[in-house]
Ligand binder design. Structure first.
Ligand SMILES: [Zn+2]
Length: 593
């Protein structure tokens, strides 16, 4: 049963939801971009600092002005990809955005050239608000191509890789799977059947995994073609843009240095033993010799079984954020009151969950499929943490300073999860309840820190294989996937054979310009675990520090943000601090056994 407030209200994003008026608005967006182009094209090199500031502010105003209409089209489509009007509007918005991107591509290029000639502009006090924005641009300059080439690349991505991405997402959200539940055959959409991965019924979990991945593997030929094209394209783009490694583009986009990423991944490799130790403990709690892949995120059999209604989750989560900070709690309450969250489970809805920042509205929109499980409550607190980031960022930064590195983008969300954990543990009445919560947190930590690292190794394996001349058909990709997985899990887990097709459903691998999306999640998880330690040590004194970090958006680099809190992410010991927090949770779990 869906509550009234389980379906979001997207009408706030636009003046009118009438499709004709929306298309009209999209047209104005394109002509707005044309006006900016007419005024500035070929002129940026000759602008004085005052005029340059005016252009940067104009560009930000333009973003805010048309953010709502494109967001409306995108979100309406993610809410129901089978709706004809939503399909049409999403397509119209995509085409308009492509035209805008093409028309405005000259700004970054001309600005890049200007900065190459006059790097001291970065330090100009008049441009102080844009300092880090310009610094990031300086790093991109050596890899920029001519305007003509850049425009072609945008076009190539929109109709090439973005086409793969849309196919993958539409395909997955419209798949149905036949599964027997309580003696009755049922046909379920992907978004619903994956809910059974966390079922307390081990056989049902096993069957759900087997049915889904067997179904996905049948189409491996499609997804191998996609992955092959995307990876080949990336390697050729690296050559064209003179990136020294396939990872460089990601390092620049995430605003971090190679040494930081190397140190992080070393820490992971050195600590796989810790994760395997936890998996051993979980197996013991489940009465098993060894976990199977379908036990990794499963609840403990003795976990108190109960459903978490939408209403309860709402009350608890708002309470958790209020306990941390009054203002944060009020904003989270507003997300529900204003109906900015879509939690209903239905066919045609995009799978997974996301939070889309709405800068012009100083708020955000969240999509999830709420199946009344503890995991759904965690997803909700996670996405609301992203919303908190948007509330603070939109109040303090211009859109140019809200291009947040994925390393930092998960700070609010994971911190929110830890706040929820703390509340749930304090309310736990039995050791079984405590175990259920601690394993939930450690499962998530293991998935994000260690399993995502396997996805990083997988991506590395693919580029190495291509460079060695290996043809990546489905089976070859599956072998690389399994090899990367084993590097983390060793022999600590039994995998269903069909799990070799897991890469077919990871949306990130199909997104344009998103290669090596993975290690920033690992960064974020360890970063927040370390911040959480600090919060435990400092108490209320820490609250404004975290709010300042979130409010900074991308106006400071991850390194600077960490330094504000007294951390040096270039130090060996930094990453170990996050590991220590995980050790403490494992210790708390051992104490209950
Ligand atoms: Zn997130």
């Amino acid at each position: 049963m869906a509550e009234d407030d389980m379906i979001w209200d997207l009408s706030q994003l636009v003046d009118s939801t009438d499709p004709t008026s929306i298309k009209q608005r999209l047209k104005s967006m394109v002509s707005g971009a044309e006006e900016i182009r007419d005024r500035y094209h070929g002129e940026i090199g000759g602008l004085d600092t005052g005029d340059l500031l005016e252009l940067l502010e104009l560009k930000d105003d333009f973003t805010l002005q048309f953010e709502g209409v494109t967001m409306y089209c995108r979100l309406a489509y993610s809410a129901d990809s089978t709706d004809e009007v939503a399909k049409q509007l999403n397509d119209a918005a995509r085409r308009s955005s492509t035209r805008v991107d093409q028309k405005l591509a000259f700004i970054d290029l001309e600005l890049g050239n200007l900065l190459a000639e006059n790097p001291s502009l970065v330090e100009d006090p008049l441009l102080a608000e844009y300092r880090h924005y310009l610094e990031r641009m300086v790093r991109k300059v050596p890899h920029m191509l001519s305007e003509q080439q850049e425009r072609l690349i945008i076009l190539k991505d929109k109709n090439g890789i973005e086409g793969w991405q849309m196919l993958q997402s539409d395909w997955l959200s419209t798949r149905t799977f036949d599964i027997e539940i309580d003696g009755e055959m049922r046909t379920l959409p992907y978004g619903e059947i994956i809910g059974f991965y966390e079922s307390p019924d081990r056989d049902l979990r096993k069957r759900a995994n087997q049915i889904v991945y067997q179904g996905l593997g049948k189409y491996e030929i499609v997804w191998a073609s996609a992955i092959r094209a995307i990876c080949e394209d990336h390697l050729q783009m690296c050559e064209l843009r003179r990136y020294p490694t396939p990872m460089t583009q990601s390092l620049i986009a995430n605003d971090i240095q190679k040494e930081t990423a190397d140190r992080l991944m070393n820490t992971i490799q050195e600590n796989v033993g810790l994760y395997r130790r936890y998996l051993g403990l979980k197996a013991k709690l489940m009465g098993l010799d060894r976990l199977a892949n379908y036990d990794l995120v499963a609840p403990l059999p003795q976990a108190p079984e109960r459903e978490h209604t939408w209403r309860e989750a709402r009350k608890r989560i708002v309470g958790v954020y209020r306990g941390f900070d009054r203002e944060a709690g009020d904003w989270m309450a507003e997300m529900f009151e204003e109906r900015h969250i879509d939690g209903q489970v239905r066919r045609g809805k995009s799978s997974g969950a996301f939070c889309a920042s709405w800068l012009a509205g100083k708020s955000a929109y969240i999509l999830q499929s709420f199946n009344e499980r503890l995991g759904d409550v965690y997803t909700q607190v996670h996405e609301l943490g992203h919303a908190l980031h948007a509330y603070l960022g939109s109040r303090n930064q211009k859109p140019s300073n809200y291009e947040i590195s994925s390393c930092i983008a998960e700070t609010g969300s994971i911190f929110g999860e830890l706040l929820l954990t703390e509340r749930l543990i304090s309310k736990a009445k039995t050791k079984e309840e405590k175990q259920a919560i601690l394993t939930k947190v450690l499962d998530e930590f293991g998935m994000v820190t260690f399993q995502v690292s396997a996805r990083f190794f997988f991506e590395q394996n693919m580029y190495e294989a291509i460079e060695q001349g290996t043809f990546l058909d489905g089976e070859a990709i599956a072998r690389l996937w399994v090899a990367a997985r084993d590097k983390i899990y060793g022999s600590s887990v039994d995998w269903l054979d069909v799990m070799k097709w897991e890469w077919t459903m990871k949306p990130h691998y199909y997104m344009p310009n998103f290669r090596f999306y993975n290690y920033p999640y690992v960064f974020a998880q360890l970063f927040v675990f370390a911040l959480y330690r600090l919060y435990k040590e400092q108490g209320k004194e820490f609250v404004p520090k975290l709010k300042n970090l979130l409010a900074a958006g991308s106006s400071r680099s991850p390194q600077e943000l960490a330094a504000d809190l007294g951390f040096d992410i270039g130090e060996e010991t930094f990453w170990e601090k996050g590991i220590e927090q995980a050790q403490e949770f494992i210790h708390m779990l051992e104490e209950t056994m």
